[in-house]
Design a protein around this ligand. Structure first.
Ligand SMILES: Cc1ncc(COP(=O)(O)O)c(C=O)c1O
Length: 378
């Protein structure tokens, strides 16, 4: 169990922040790394080409790779989950008449891209729904068929917190020759990811939620079989010999090795990558295994504390870091706003209250949440 890490964050005692699934607060050290890079931008002569343009992004790549269980060569630096998913779609060609499987109410970044691809290729986007007591895994395994060409899903459903057994989904997809594309934005860094068992074709995560990092940065894993594929951009810095700024017009045909060809333009992201590196170093130091165990204890304690007030978590196979609570009929429609006015920050997704703590939350937060709910509901 990891003790409360609140001191590492700029969280006033009178604020209860249970909303990492919306936006993770950046640790103070990482914010300082970002501020340092802005200070350098005021004095550009301090930039070091090798370090700032190449080495710092390589650190990001290798740290993100550790979360995926891959090597840095398999990681591309992207601005958003949608960018990684668009890269996947550009490199997959579903046969006409086949199905691209997605989950009901899946996050839109992992929907629109498949609708467009499906229209272009004559494939159908098929939505997999689950019944109340069914897990997403059961629903997905029931839907995978010989018609399936692509399974595009998360590890954890963003709105109900249901977790998928990805090794099982992957095995079923592979048996049908289907590709597996994952959006791990609601799980990477807080759930262990078993690359060997899951073997996705592509997997992506934005940095700004559970990775506690800056907005507009993400890490895309690309399986070896796709690493000579087509990139969304023809980015000069991922070509051979890009380190030699004096000779960039000796245009190069070859790309840097691995998934680097899929990097976004200006991937060195001086204002983003150093801060993200500090966040990833912190997450790796805690370790996703211990983080998930600790967050399971926190969400379990919260669920037990609010159950007497009529709030219930009924999602089968809920993820350890997620609580999606159905509300009693008497709950006011603007409950989230009312809680916000008491400096208790949660989200509402559909008709459920989404409560997503991280390591900075402690028992005082749970007590404040319960007291506020009592005041608003009883
Ligand atoms: C599951 C999931 N994927 C992706 C995102 C963010 O997508 P993007 O990085 O494309 O803006 C979110 C944001 O809420 C999300 O919940």
């Amino acid at each position: 169990m990891i003790p409360s890490q609140r001191a590492l964050f700029d969280l006033p005692r009178e604020v209860t922040y249970f909303n990492a699934a919306y936006m993770g607060p950046m640790p103070k050290l990482a914010a300082q790394a970002g501020a340092d890079s802005y200070a350098k931008k005021q004095q550009p002569w301090r930039f070091n080409v090798q370090e700032d343009f190449f080495d710092v992004p390589e650190t990001f790549r290798s740290q993100a790779a550790q979360l995926y269980g891959s090597t840095g060569d398999d990681i591309a630096i992207v601005p958003a989950a949608s960018y990684g998913l668009a890269t996947a779609a550009l490199n997959l060609v579903p046969d006409e008449g086949t199905d691209i499987l997605v989950l009901d109410e899946q996050f839109p970044s992992n929907i629109y891209v498949w609708r467009t691809l499906g229209q272009a290729c004559g494939a159908r986007v098929k939505t997999v729904s689950r019944s109340d007591n069914q897990s997403w895994t059961e629903a997905m395994l029931g839907a995978i068929s010989p018609r399936t060409s692509i399974v595009a899903c998360p590890q954890v459903h963003w709105a109900d917190g249901g977790m998928l057994d990805l090794p099982a989904v992957s095995e079923a997809a592979r048996m049908q020759g289907a590709a597996l594309v994952l959006d791990l934005t609601q799980s990477l860094g807080v759930l262990p990811f078993d690359l060997h068992a899951i073997q996705p074709d592509f997997a992506v995560s934005a940095c700004y939620k559970w990775l506690l990092g800056p907005y507009t940065l993400g890490a895309l894993y690309v399986d070896l079989q796709h690493q000579s594929g087509e990139a969304l951009e023809e980015n000069w810095i991922v070509r051979d010999r890009a380190e030699d700024f004096a000779r960039l017009v000796d245009y190069a045909d070859d790309y840097a090795v691995g998934a680097r060809r899929f990097d976004m333009g200006e991937r060195s992201g001086f204002q983003l990558v150093p801060a993200a590196n500090a966040c990833l170093a912190q997450i790796l130091d805690w370790g996703p295994d211990k983080i998930s165990q600790t967050l399971l204890a926190k969400t379990t304690a919260i669920a037990e504390a609010v159950a007497p007030l009529g709030l219930r978590d009924s999602t089968p196979d809920r993820a350890p870091h997620y609580l999606c609570l159905s509300l009693p009929d008497t709950a006011p429609a603007d409950l989230v706003k009312r809680l916000g006015a008491r400096d208790i920050h949660v989200s509402q997704r559909g008709d459920r209250l989404r409560v997503t703590p991280h390591l900075y939350n402690d028992e005082t937060d749970t007590d404040r949440f319960v007291d506020a709910l009592k005041a608003e509901l009883l």
